[in-house]
Design a protein around this ligand. Sequence first.
Ligand code: AMP
Length: 144
Amino acid sequence: MTSSVRHNLGSFLPWPLRHIIQSIVRGVNKMTDCIFCKIVDNKAKATIGYQDDQATAFRDINPAVPTHILIVPNKHIESVNVLEAEDEQLMGHLFRVARQLVEQEGIAESGYRMITNTGAHGGQTVLHLHIHLIGGQPMKHPMG
Ligand code: AMP
């Protein structure tokens, strides 16, 4: 089910029902077509650097810089556009994971950048929310 269908559902249904349906949709998506869900579930290969019950971090298959790690929630969330209040703790957790990774990678002091692309203009190609953690060389400015 696409996000547009989810949003359409959302406009017709009361919040509790919408919440239940979105949770089911997230679960279904996790079982089917999402490459990052497959990596989280160890059904697709990736170089995983960190995993716990909420988050997984693995190396980008096409690194743009010396350190290029993707940090994802284990549950399927398509993008920032569909975040719910219940996801607040999880989003903070992704940053805590990043904090640990930059120490492991030895880039905490030299610096790094964290990016979450969203939608077509944002350049999002994988529809499972992720943070790009990039470092290991000076970043280019300006952004955009
Ligand atoms: P975005 O364009 O922000 O959606 O970023 C998606 C990122 O996922 C890109 O940098 C891809 O190189 C990366 N990617 C896609 N498939 C895989 C995979 N199987 N394992 C690791 N990284 C991947």
